[in-house]
Ligand binder design. Structure first.
Ligand SMILES: [Zn+2]
Length: 237
């Protein structure tokens, strides 16, 4: 009951900020309620409320500004490619994990990025902006600098046309080439011709080598025989 009252309060506040059309789903409301009750012991309620409100306001503005980028859904494989591209360009180290509700994301200061599948360009750029801020300044929060970095990342994605062509090309199934019997025979003929050339080359090398060895041995033998036939000078005297 207590939680319900809190949820109603939060929902009302959301509507004042984002207008009547803003609809916070039930799951998010219950999550917010849980966080509020859990942390109430440690943090003053007003401070917690104001922080949550600032964050939610920030998310709302960002989603409204970058509606197109948030609408571009990506699956697991596509997200992997996009993250790799961004990390390479902005020289960032990260580890990617697929956790959480769809479209959600989080980033730790040690580079662990969690994404809920399906994700989108908006979320990926938001999390990478946190990572960029952590790497450059050691801390990150939802403020003007973070927004500037998100816009920088988004504009890079737009310039690269969201890697649409490349993602399509990489994820397309590779065509399997079926070769005919004649083609297979041609391949085999070529293989055998190459084999013969290789063996002939080896043969000519070995022939030269052993002819030389035989000649050397014959020369040595002749010398030995000559020395046996020669009569020592002392015996003739
Ligand atoms: Zn954030």
């Amino acid at each position: 009951m207590e939680c319900e009252v809190k949820n109603k309060g939060i929902n009302k506040m959301m509507q004042t900020i984002f207008g009547v059309g803003y609809d916070l789903n039930a799951q998010a409301i219950s999550a917010l309620g849980k966080v509020a009750t859990q942390t109430a012991k440690y943090a003053p309620t007003s401070a917690l409320k104001s922080e949550t409100m600032t964050n939610l306001k920030y998310y709302g503005t960002e989603r409204a500004e970058l509606a197109d980028d948030y609408a571009k859904d990506l699956n697991r494989e596509e997200a992997k490619i996009v993250c790799k591209k961004l990390a390479k360009h902005f020289k960032l180290r990260y580890s990617l994990h697929f956790r959480g509700r769809c479209g959600s994301g989080s980033c730790s200061r040690y580079g662990r990025i969690n994404l809920g599948i399906p994700t989108n360009f908006g979320t990926i750029c938001h999390e990478f902006a946190h990572l960029l801020e952590f790497t450059k300044y050691g801390h990150s929060r939802h403020a003007r600098r973070h927004r500037r970095l998100v816009l920088r990342l988004i504009s890079y994605c737009r310039r690269k046309m969201y890697w649409e062509a490349e993602i399509g090309k990489r994820l397309a199934p590779k065509p399997v080439k079926v070769s005919t019997e004649a083609e297979l025979k041609d391949k085999l003929i070529l293989k055998r011709q190459e084999q013969i050339a290789r063996f002939e080359k080896r043969l000519s090398y070995l022939t030269k080598l052993y002819v030389g060895k035989i000649r050397k041995a014959k020369r040595s033998l002749a010398a030995l025989q000559r020395s046996l036939n020669r009569v020592p000078k002392s015996s003739t005297m």
